[in-house]
Write a protein that binds this ligand. Structure first.
Ligand code: PAF
Length: 252
């Protein structure tokens, strides 16, 4: 597995013999990798000749500077988790990915304003912009995204279609802990007690008869509720526990 912190170095590999005529699968991440990311990499490995992983904590998708500062950075452990599954890991710097200082950006005008977008203004502009840059750099046939981030997945897929990008966006099922909590890099910021209680979040989303009933039950269980909404046969929710924000969704 090769690691590239310079984009020039990566471009040399991407245009070289090792990638010539090969199908490429891409897994974009912000690091702090867990077994959910490993499942994305394993799927990419099974479906492509070459697998590329990116690790970049993207500043433009954080509307809260404190959240960006607290985001876990675990590069060495990430490389261990990806080894044997990724061929190349790109770890760009903000200066290289944003030579324009984020003057140019991708904006979606409808879905991005709702749900997560309503609570995190500008979040999806940052996500779509960085994903487009990374897709341009990696030029994959397939890119893999987890269904836990339902809205992100819908928006990235919509962008690929709207901008006629030659890539298939592959949705991958949410990986869960044994007690049902969706795997997330943010889980490691929970205390032991909060981690145990957090499993009630997906359980309540699943068990409640309506979205409104889920809000009442989550509130009673001590969560700060940002939203619960039913869309397209999926119940989506975002809650806060100990200042850690968790999102999840379940099929109705
Ligand atoms: O889901 C994530 O980890 C990020 O939003 C992504 C897609 C890597 C863009 O920074």
């Amino acid at each position: 597995m090769r690691m590239h912190s310079s984009l020039a170095d990566w471009r040399t590999v991407r245009t070289g013999d090792d990638y010539a005529g090969k199908s490429v699968g891409f897994v974009p991440t912000m690091g702090a990798l867990h077994l959910g990311h490993r499942a994305l990499l394993a799927r990419a490995r099974a479906e492509n000749d070459r697998v590329v992983l990116s690790i970049f904590v993207n500043p433009t998708q954080f509307n809260d500077p404190a959240d960006l500062a607290k985001y876990p950075r675990t590069l060495e452990a990430d490389l261990r988790l990806a080894s044997g599954l990724a061929d190349d890991v790109i770890v760009p710097t903000p200066d290289e990915l944003y030579p324009d200082g984020y003057a140019y950006r991708v904006t979606e005008e409808k879905l991005s304003r709702d749900l997560e977008g309503a609570h995190r203004p500008g979040h999806f502009d940052g996500v779509l912009t960085v994903v487009l840059k990374l897709l341009n750099l990696v030029a994959p046939q397939r890119a893999y995204f987890g269904e836990k981030d339902w809205q992100q997945l819908r928006l990235v897929d919509g962008m690929a279609r709207a901008l006629l990008l030659p890539v298939e966006i592959v949705p991958c099922p949410t990986e869960r802990e044994i007690d049902g909590l969706a795997l997330s890099s943010r889980n490691r910021r929970l205390s032991h007690g909060a981690r145990v209680r957090a499993a009630q979040f997906p359980a309540i989303l699943r068990a409640a008869d309506t979205a409104a009933a889920a809000v009442v039950a989550l509130d009673a269980a001590g969560f700060g509720v940002d939203y619960v909404e039913d869309r397209d046969g999926v119940r989506l929710g975002a809650v806060r526990i100990e200042n850690v924000r968790l999102i999840d969704n379940v099929r109705l």
